[in-house]
Design a protein. Structure first.
Lengths: 211, 286
């Protein structure tokens, strides 16, 4: 028996198992029916996440269709990730963290200049990771849409105040996503060091695909 | 031979469009028809704000319920939207006209401004840290950055049908056509904002739609801060609970205006917004 607690409850056949280093991009094809588990190894590590249809990568995750379909901003166990064509792409089948964000978008060199000042322009950012990973499959800047931020906490207050605040994740917590179609998952293991989304300390995450 | 295979002069008279010149006369007789929902060329409006010259008008159109329109607007142009009857919903896609890979980024728009709701003084931001539009005046207060627009699947579920060719066109397919008119494709239609129909976010994340219908004549005034392509789809809000496809005409008026100056109060209202304007000014420093 495996003593690896990160594998608990997954289907028996592990197809892929990889540790994504802090600050790095990751791209992987996940077939319909397979489960992707993302493990927040050290806690409060934002995992910026995009997903494309493998058959037609102009069909991709749509944050607005996803939240409109469920009438709620937060992604939880049971949420279906919807495409820009209104079709289910993946379903969150389990989540040890209560909710995840999909309104905060990805950090970029350019938005960092607005949020923190032009002295941060040189720093690595999620959009750089999304671009780098997508470029290998012929996608580019037009393909970077509003994303998911797993393990990231963005509350909206009654007066409309909104912001990335301290996370609600912890070391070893994970979530599972079941692919509802053949998909390409593109991740940025968020390198942001100017806000609490990574507890100011980007750390590795583990990606496990099982079937 | 039978009569049907040998047209007589009498049957030609019975079909007045049987020759090209008759068809031309028929088509030309339609010219000059005026309806509510149409563009006015050259643009003309009798209700321009004081100080705006009629010669500066660049766009006057009333977009039909379920319709869409697109326009190229120069930096400094003012864009006024009027919900004429209280049930319009203006979905907006915006691109940098010079480089359409740069476009409206709804996530950055709310995140950078630390606020979920659009209103006077708020900015529409690009994915490149720049400002596409400032909201100069807002007589509505019910707008939406979160729920996007309808698509073929949502309209089929609600109205039984949702194609561009049908009676209940969906917002995404309207945007796709609008984008295509500028050489853009499915990859270029990203999350949008909705003006006039709003959402309120509850503490547990629930999205409460604010659908109205509202008082007729509510207005929003935007100011283009870059050269932009704007596509406007006037379709029911995706969370509109009504079973009928309900939407009313949307009036659009635009006129030339000065580029935003260094002492502009919206430009200088917040440190984040100011840096976005600094990025715009840097982009145009050529």
């Amino acid at each position: 028996m495996s003593t690896d607690t990160h594998l608990a409850g997954l289907p028996a056949t592990i197809l892929h198992d990889e540790i994504v280093p802090a600050r790095a991009p990751w791209l992987h094809h996940v077939a319909k029916g397979q489960t992707l588990r993302i493990v927040d190894l050290e806690g409060n590590q934002a995992v910026d996440f995009l997903v494309y249809s493998a058959a037609d990568d102009a069909e991709r995750y749509c944050a607005q269709n996803t939240v409109a379909a469920q009438g709620n901003l937060f992604l939880r166990a049971g949420t279906t990730l919807m495409s820009n064509e209104g079709r289910p792409m993946m379903t969150i089948t389990a989540s040890a963290v209560d909710y995840h964000d999909t309104i905060g978008g990805a950090c970029s060199c350019e938005s960092n200049t607005l949020r923190y000042g032009h002295h941060t322009r040189w720093q690595h950012a999620c959009v750089e990771n999304f671009l780098e990973a997508n470029l290998w499959e012929g996608r580019g800047k037009r393909d970077i849409v509003s994303n998911i931020n797993f393990f990231m906490n963005v509350p909206v207050e009654a007066d409309g105040s909104l912001g990335i605040v301290d996370g609600i994740s912890a070391p070893g917590l994970s979530l599972d996503l079941k692919a509802e179609m053949d998909v390409i998952v593109v991740v940025s293991n968020c390198p942001q060091i100017n806000n609490p989304c990574n507890a100011f300390n980007p750390t590795p995450v583990r990606m496990i695909v099982a079937a | 031979m039978t009569d049907t295979l040998d047209p007589s002069p009498a049957s030609a008279l019975a079909n007045p469009l049987a020759n090209p010149l008759a068809a031309r006369d028929h088509a030309r007789a339609m010219g000059g028809t005026v309806v509510e929902t149409m563009p006015v060329l050259p643009p003309m409006a009798t209700d321009l704000p004081q100080g705006v010259a009629a010669s500066d008008l660049v766009w006057e159109e009333t977009i039909a319920p379920g319709g869409y329109s697109t326009h190229l607007l120069a930096r400094g142009t003012r864009l006024r939207l009027i919900d004429k009857q209280g049930d319009a919903c203006a979905g907006l896609q915006v691109w940098n006209a010079a480089m359409p890979t740069e476009r409206l980024n709804v996530a950055d728009t709310v995140k950078v401004q630390w606020n979920a709701y659009l209103g006077a003084g708020k900015l529409l931001l690009t994915d490149m840290g720049r400002v596409l539009f400032s909201i100069v005046e807002d007589g509505a207060g019910t707008h939406d950055c979160f729920s996007g627009t309808s698509n073929a699947a949502t309209n089929a579920a609600r109205y039984g049908e949702g194609r561009n060719s049908g009676a209940c066109p969906n917002g995404r397919d309207r945007f796709l056509l609008g984008a295509a008119k500028h050489g853009l494709t499915r990859r270029d239609v990203h999350p949008c904002i909705n003006l006039f129909k709003g959402t309120r976010i509850e503490e547990d994340g629930t999205i409460t739609p604010l659908i109205g219908p509202f008082a007729p004549g509510r207005e929003v005034l935007l100011r283009a801060e870059m050269d932009v392509i704007v596509a406007i789809a006037n379709v029911p809000h995706v969370l509109d609970p009504r079973r009928e496809y309900t939407v009313t005409p949307l009036r659009v008026t635009a006129w030339r205006g000065p580029v935003t100056l260094g002492n502009d109060p919206i430009r200088n209202a917040t440190p984040e917004g100011l840096r976005a304007f600094l990025n715009v000014e840097d982009y145009f420093r050529r």
